[in-house]
Ligand binder design. Sequence first.
Ligand code: PHE
Length: 337
Amino acid sequence: MISDITAAQDAALADIAAAPSLEDVVVLTTRLSGKKGELAALKKRLGSLDSIDDRKAAGQAVNDAMAAVDAALAARRAELAQVEMASRVDAERLDLTEFVGRPTRGHAHLVTQAWERLEDVFVGLGFRVAEGPEVETDWHNFEALNMPVGHPARGEWDTLFVDHVPPGGEPGTTVLRTHTSPVQIRTMLEEEPPIYIVAPGRVFRRDTPDATHMPVFHQIEGLVIDRGITMADLAGTIEAFTQAYFGPGFHSRLRPSYFPFTEPSAEFDIQRPNGDWIELGGSGMVHPNVLRAGGLDPEVWSGFAFGFGIDRMAKERHGIEDIREMYADDIRFIEQF
Ligand code: PHE
C-alpha cells in the first residue's frame, strides 16, 4: 500500500513538474487532487487494510502525499503564471526607441517658425500678443472696419461664409475671418488704451491655390492706440521691426495705398541688402470710424495698424518658389529646413 502511495505521489509530482501550461495544471488538478483524484481513490482502499497500524501509517502517507501534490500544483501554477505574464509583456512591448534607417529629428512647420519669431521680435519691441476667433461676425470682419454692407472694398476679400445664424442675427452674417484686422476691434472693445498688440492667426479666402495663394493662410496684425500717435511712429516701428527681424542690412519704405480702415493708408516694402524690394503688407493710421466702432473717442486717441502675411514671410526668407510646397508634407522638402 505504502509503495503504491509513494509511486502515485512520485508520478503526480513528475507530471506537475512537467506541466507545460496553466491549462495543463488545471487538468492535472482535477486528475490528481480533490475527492475524485487518484490519491483519493487510494484513500478509499485504506478500509481494506486489516491492521490498524498499517491503516494509520497508510492514512498518514496518503494525507502527506495529497498535501505534497496540492503544494506542488500551487507552486507550478504560480511559476507558470509568472512565465506567461513575462512572455505577454515581452510580446506587447513597444520599443519607443526604435527607428528605421538613420535617426531624424522633427522641427516646427516653417509657418510656425516664422510666427514664433515674429512674436519674439514684436514682444522685444514692447508689444503684447492678442488673439481673436477664426469664425467671425460680418460686423467685426467688415462693418466695424469701416466697410458697411454694400461697400465696394468688401469685394477685395473673397469671403467664405459659414452656415450659421447667430441668435437674433441674420443669415449670411457669419464668416471665416478674411484677415486678422477684426482683432483690432475686439481688442479696443476689451481693453483701455494705451494698446500695443500684435495678433497672429489663421485667415481664410475663397482662393484657388497657386504658387502665391492658399485659401487658408496666416497673417499678423499690429495695433497701437495711444495719445498723439502719428504716421512717423508707424514708419519708425516698421523700420525697427525690419532690422530686428531681417537684420541690420534691411530697410523699409511706406507707399501710399488704400484700405477702408486706415486713413492715410500705406503699403510697406522691405529692401534686401542687394537692393531688391519685397512687398510685405498693409498699414496706416486707424480710421476715426474704426476708433468709434471700438468704443474710443478719436479726439482723445489715435493709432496705427499694420498687417502682413506670415506664410509669405517664410516663403521669402527661405527662397521658396511655390507656397504650396510648404503644405505638401513632402519629407524631401521638410528636411531642408
Ligand atoms: N487687413 C489688411 C489685409 O488683409 C491688411 C492691413 C491691416 C492693412 C492693417 C492696414 C492696416 O490686406
